[in-house]
Design a binder for this molecule. Structure first.
Ligand code: ACO
Length: 305
C-alpha cells in the first residue's frame, strides 16, 4: 500500500509521510491472512537457509503483539504447521521489541544447553488494529514476518543481548482493548493503536542511544567496532539519530522502513534478512541490532555473523 493510497482516504500527503517518517509504502496482509501465515513462510526460509529441519527444533519463540487468536499461541500454531513436535513453543509480547526479547530468551536457552536448535520469529499483522481514520498512526504501520535459527556452537554468533522495560510510559503507546478489560461497543471492538507520537519519538531517541552505549560497554568495544547497525524500522529520523550517536554513516545502516513501514516485531529480522540477502552484510561482520516499542520496552543484540 503506497502513500498515495492514503491521500485519497485521509488528510495527508505522500510528501508529509516521507519527510516525517521515511515511509514510502507498507504491506497489508490479505483478507484472511494471519500472523502465523506470515510466520510460516519466514520460518521455512530461515530453516532452509540454516540447513536445519523442523524436526530438529527444540525451541520456538515468536515475538508478536498480533497473534492469530488469543490461544493457542502463534508459536504453537506455527509449530504444528512446520511439522515440528514436542519442543516448547511460546509467544512473547513486547510490542516492537518482541523479536529482540524472543532472541534474548532463545540465546539463554542455547547458552545453558536447554536447546540446540532454536527458531526465533518476529511476525505481525499490525494493520488489523489500526484506526484507518487516524492519520497520526495509520500511515506508520505494516505487516510482515522475519525469522532466524540459532544453533549451539563453540563460537557464539549472538555475542550478547540486552532487554529492558519501563511500564510508567504505558499511556504513551498502547491498545486500549484486552480480554479482562473487555471488548468495547465500538467499530472493531475499539481495537486500535493509541500513540502520543511526539513524546514516543523523544523517549525512543534517548533510550536507543543508551542501549547502544550499554551494549558496547558490556563488550568493551568502541563505536568503530560495529560494521552494521540493524535498527528497528519505526521512523527514519529515529534511525538517523541513533546512527549519529554511534558516529556511523547511513551507508552502514540497514534501512527498510521506506518499503515496509513499522512492522513492529517483524521489523528487525526483516531488515536483517534484507541486509544479508542483498549482500550488504558479509560473513564475519559485527552487527548491532536494536529496537524500541510499547511498554515501553527496548533491547539490543550484538551479533557476529
Ligand atoms: N499527514 C499529515 N499531517 C499529519 C499526519 C499525517 N499522516 N499525522 C500527523 N499530522 C500532523 C499533526 O496533526 C500535527 O498537526 P498540527 O501541528 O496542526 O497539530 C503535525 O502533523 C505535527 O505532528 P507531530 O505529531 O508533532 O509530528 P511528528 O514530527 O512528531 O511526527 C510521527 C509524527 C511520525 C508519529 C513521529 O512522532 C514518530 O515517528 N513517533 C514515533 C513513533 C514510534 O517510534 N513508535 C514506536 C514504536 S511503535 C510500537 O511499539 C507499536
Amino acid at each position: 500500500m503506497t502513500n498515495a493510497e492514503f491521500e485519497a482516504r485521509i488528510e495527508t500527503t505522500d510528501e508529509w509521510i516521507r519527510e516525517r517518517t521515511g515511509i514510502e509504502q507498507r504491506h497489508v496482509a490479505a483478507d484472511g491472512e494471519t500472523t502465523s501465515d506470515l510466520a510460516l513462510v519466514a520460518a521455512q526460509r530461515a530453516l532452509e537457509a540454516a540447513g536445519v529441519s523442523a524436526s530438529e527444533l527444540d525451541l520456538i519463540v515468536v515475538g508478536t503483539t498480533t497473534p492469530d487468536i488469543i490461544f493457542p499461541s502463534t508459536a504453537c500454531l506455527l509449530q504444528h504447521r512446520l511439522g515440528a513436535r514436542d519442543c516448547p513453543a511460546f509467544d512473547v509480547n513486547a510490542a516492537c521489541t518482541g523479536f529482540l526479547y524472543a532472541l534474548s530468551i532463545a540465546e539463554k536457552f542455547v547458552r545453558t544447553g536447554a536447546a540446540h536448535n532454536a527458531l526465533v520469529v518476529g511476525a505481525e499483522t499490525l494493520t488489523r488494529m489500526l484506526d484507518w481514520s487516524d492519520r497520526g498512526t495509520c500511515v506508520l504501520f505494516g505487516d510482515g514476518a522475519g525469522a532466524v535459527v540459532l544453533r549451539a556452537d563453540s563460537q557464539p554468533g549472538v555475542v550478547s543481548t540486552h532487554i529492558h522495560a519501563d511500564g510508567q510510559y504505558q499511556n504513551l503507546l498502547y491498545n486500549p482493548v484486552g480480554v479482562s478489560r473487555g471488548f468495547k461497543d465500538e467499530p472493531n471492538h475499539g481495537v486500535r493503536v493509541m500513540m502520543s507520537g511526539n513524546e514516543v519519538f523523544r523517549v525512543a531517541v534517548r533510550t536507543l542511544s543508551r542501549i547502544v552505549d550499554e551494549t558496547l560497554a558490556a563488550n568493551r568495544l568502541g563505536k568503530e567496532a560495529i560494521d552494521w547497525l540493524v535498527p528497528h524500522q519505526a521512523n527514519l529520523r529515529i534511525i538517523s539519530a541513533t546512527a549519529k550517536h554511534l558516529d556511523m554513516p547511513m551507508d552502514k545502516v540497514i534501512v527498510t522502513v521506506n518499503k515496509h513501514g513499522n512492522t513492529s516485531s517483524a521489523s528487525v529480522p526483516l531488515a536483517l534478512d534484507h541486509g544479508i540477502r542483498t549482500g550488504q552484510i558479509k560473513p564475519g561482520q559485527l552487527l548491532l541490532l536494536e529496537a524500541f516499542g510499547g511498554g515501553f520496552t527496548w533491547g539490543s543484540a550484538l551479533v557476529r555473523l
